[in-house]
Design a protein around this ligand. Structure first.
Ligand SMILES: [Zn+2]
Length: 415
């Protein structure tokens, strides 16, 4: 007879004799039988009653009681999850390899006629017991799975939300916008042009022939082109080529501003960068005078820096304007006095009281010749504003490089 009730001192994990895996808790085969390691590993439900040496009703009752006890023992060790339910269901109620099927095949069908009624009755009781408990287990497992899912999906409105930082315009873009708005208000519109240009548009059509000395200052990056490609091509050194593109396409009146990037072969330092930003301005019409020109610039400077700022211009030279001027503004840091608020010389204007802003002038009549305008009938002015320089002046920034370093500690100061 096989003793199942007492737990041996040494027992081994029994593999899947019924297709079930060993329990992780109790070192029992899921079929419910503990085997001492010294005992040949077999399973009572795989053997007939005769092979087990069972000959009377009380032994049958004891055998079924042991099986039932093992089932209860295994069930009690479960935490109630759905996978556990499925594994236990498979082990006990599996149609082919379940323990109850094995008992039916090996104990009931081959039972001697005298024992058959009690085996059948015990098996039915065991079956009802297992099925009843398993049904409760199933309901509990489903409920716990639903509760877990509900907890996971539940939205807790009291939790702080996920804050996604919202980007802002770069200071350069903000200054562009500010300047564009000022010129929009007096009838200018925005046009854009290519950053890659031919020398014709960048130089020649702007009255800068090939050996003109001003080309040295504007030496730039030429593109390496494939063999046989028409060229040369270069990165524009100013936004002025768009003046030519615009006048080629439009007849006067023309009132445009041209924001964009420009390139020069400068070594980076606090005031130089190989790439920076300009806004070109161009106004051409039949009756534009030098007064219109200076009035427009004065209006812009006052709008941008404040009403209290004065402007002045000094004679200068640009190949594509005649006459050419440099515009200055009264120093916005010392109010034009040349003396710092803390005493001593103002470091921004070096005591001069004036700060250079940008170059401008009346469009050279020679330029009109390149775009088929009649210089006798039209006149106009052009200016080229360095955006980076203006932004540095207005916001007190002393190094142009910070615009391009993408340091958020700097960028955050201009939300
Ligand atoms: Zn000053």
């Amino acid at each position: 007879m096989v003793t199942l009730a007492s737990e041996p001192a040494n027992y081994s994990v029994v593999g899947a004799q019924h297709g079930c895996a060993p329990s992780r808790h109790d070192f029992l085969c899921l079929c419910g039988v503990i085997y001492p390691s010294t005992m040949p590993i077999d399973n009572p439900t795989d053997r007939t009653l005769a092979e087990l040496g069972i000959t009377n009703n009380s032994e049958i009752s004891a055998l079924f009681a042991t099986v039932r006890e093992q089932f209860d023992h295994q069930l009690a060790a479960k935490t109630g999850s759905e996978p556990e339910y499925l594994a236990l269901h498979h082990a006990w109620l599996g149609r082919k390899s379940g323990i109850l099927s094995a008992i039916t095949d090996n104990w009931l069908k081959s039972a001697p006629p005298a024992l058959k009624p009690v085996v059948g009755q015990s098996l039915n009781e065991l079956k009802r017991h297992v099925e009843g408990r398993m049904e409760s287990f199933r309901v509990a497992a489903e409920k716990s799975a639903a509760e877990f899912a509900a907890t996971r999906e539940k939205i807790d409105l009291s939790l702080p939300g996920v804050s996604r930082p919202i980007g802002t315009h770069h200071l350069i873009r903000q200054v562009f916008q500010e300047i564009e708005d000022i010129f929009f208000s007096i009838g200018f519109s925005v046009v854009e042009g290519p950053e890659i240009e031919t020398p014709y548009y960048n130089f020649e059509a702007l009255n800068i022939p090939e050996h003109h000395p001003v080309r040295d200052d504007m030496d730039t990056f030429y593109l390496e082109l494939p063999k046989g490609a028409p060229g040369p091509l270069l990165l524009r050194t100013h936004t002025s080529p768009v003046q030519i593109h615009t006048m080629e396409k439009r007849q006067p009146p023309v009132r445009v501003i041209v924001p964009g990037k420009v390139y020069r072969r400068d070594n980076p330092d606090a005031t130089h960068s190989f790439m920076f930003h300009q806004i070109e301005g161009l106004a051409v019409d039949s009756d534009i005078t030098f007064c219109d020109f200076t009035g427009t610039i004065d209006y812009f400077v006052k709008q941008f820096f404040g009403e209290g700022v004065k402007t002045r211009f000094r004679p200068s030279y640009f190949p594509f304007t005649e006459p050419s001027v440099e515009f200055d503004a009264s120093c916005i840091f010392c109010g034009g006095s040349g003396t710092a608020k803390t005493g001593g010389t103002c470091s921004k204007c070096k005591g001069a009281g004036w700060i250079e802003l940008f170059g401008a002038g009346m469009v050279d009549p020679a330029v009109y010749g390149f775009v088929n305008y009649d210089p006798k009938k039209v006149s106009g002015f052009a200016f080229g504003i360095g955006i980076d320089r203006l932004a540095m002046l207005k916001y007190g920034i002393d190094d142009i490089q910070v615009f391009f370093q993408n340091d958020v500690r700097f960028l955050r100061q201009f939300p």
